[in-house]
Design a protein around this ligand. Structure first.
Ligand code: PLP
Length: 358
């Protein structure tokens, strides 16, 4: 059983069963007498881990053979630069600006020489909604979105229909939270440290026709190199890939993405329902764009926020403090957070409200 419920936005709580399994086999992987972190990435045992992990991801997300799956390093942040470097043809890309991570992605694209057009933005309202976007994407190498905004707590529930122009999505904070039609995207990327396991691994799902390009790139920054070398051009993040494999088994055991999505919606609804009736706590996002992964909320009084965060720490609720740019609190309730964890948070919020006589 958990000693605390961890609401961290990332690295985040991962399924307890995954931690237990990793612990059980940590000293000797597959009766080899060697730990998973000691075996060669070129050994048949580890190649099998990589292949199986990719197969499981493909199966859960129904990824067709038109796409390559890459296991990379450098976090989602390196993708902010790698994507424009690899996808550059015309030299112009469209970005929808929905928060801090979109801003960073666009800035980095500019830094590597891409002309960035911000075609829609919600910065006028502290990014508390998903803006409408134009429908003509001609003349762009790709269109970039951040599908879930980890700091601000908003999500795209519909995606731009970009036709022949590849749609690129940073799904770091909501990949595997619900079923997904991968065929709508040219490229999907995600740091693993939320729904995919632990830090150190970045997953890229890329349409194969985007792999080939004329750009002269260092090999480590070239998607095609990684694809051709089956994500083992250099030493891949072996432990993080192994953990991803365990996480994918866990997702399948839970009943797959449909079941996971149902549970995620129930958890989020429980918390939003509480927030919507609370006299003390207010959510910062209203309406249809609310994220089911990251739920920011405030009291409107910085000192009271601080007191509540301390109260949480005394009551087995960890890492509820909001991001420094947004303030207040944030509950990140990724796949691994069970309904009991969300209920425990609500009970603590209610107790705090009672204590304060509200
Ligand atoms: N994009 C999103 C949506 C994120 O939530 C994060 C943070 O965790 C990042 C990008 C940055 O990821 P990384 O730390 O893996 O570079």
């Amino acid at each position: 059983m958990r000693e605390v419920w961890n609401f961290s936005a990332g690295p985040a709580q991962i399924p307890y069963e995954v931690l237990q399994k990793a612990q059980e086999e940590f000293l000797s992987y597959d009766n080899s007498g060697m730990s998973i972190v000691e075996i060669s990435h070129r050994s048949s045992a580890f190649i099998k881990v990589m292949e199986e992990t990719e197969r499981k991801l493909r199966s859960l997300l129904h990824i067709s053979d038109d796409y390559g799956v890459l296991f990379l390093q450098g976090g989602a942040s390196l993708q902010f630069a790698m994507i424009p470097m690899n996808l550059k043809k015309i030299g112009k890309a469209a970005y929808i600006n929905t928060g801090n991570w979109s801003v960073k992605a666009a800035e980095e694209a500019e830094r590597v020489g891409m002309q960035v057009d911000v075609i829609a933005s919600s910065d006028d309202k502290n990014f508390n909604y998903i803006p409408a976007w134009p429908t003509d994407f001609s003349g762009y190498d790709y269109v970039h979105i951040t599908s879930n905004n980890t700091l601000e707590g908003t999500t795209f529930y519909e995606f731009p229909q970009t036709g022949d122009v590849p749609l690129v999505a940073d799904m770091s904070s909501n990949i595997l939270s619900e079923p997904l039609d991968v065929s709508q995207f040219g490229l999907i990327y995600a740091g693993a440290q939320k729904n995919l396991g632990i830090a150190g691994l970045t997953v890229v799902i890329i349409k194969k026709d985007l792999l080939k390009h004329q750009n002269q790139l260092p090999k480590m920054l070239d998607f095609n190199q990684h694809y051709e070398k089956e994500s083992a051009y250099n030493t891949p993040p072996t432990f993080a890939i192994y953990i991803l494999g365990l996480v994918l088994d866990w997702v399948a055991e839970q009943g797959g993405l449909e079941r996971i999505a149902e549970r995620n919606r129930t958890k989020a609804q429980l918390l939003y329902d509480y927030l919507d009736q609370s006299e003390m706590f207010q959510p910062t996002v209203f309406g249809k764009d609310r994220s089911i992964m990251n739920i920011p909320f405030i009291t409107g009084d910085d000192a009271l926020d601080k007191e509540f965060i301390q109260y949480c720490e005394q009551h087995k609720i960890a890492t509820i403090k909001g991001h420094r740019l947004i303030g207040g609190m944030r509950a990140s309730i990724y796949n691994a957070m069970p309904i009991e964890g969300v209920q425990a948070l609500i009970d603590v919020m209610q107790a705090f409200e009672d204590l304060k006589g509200r």
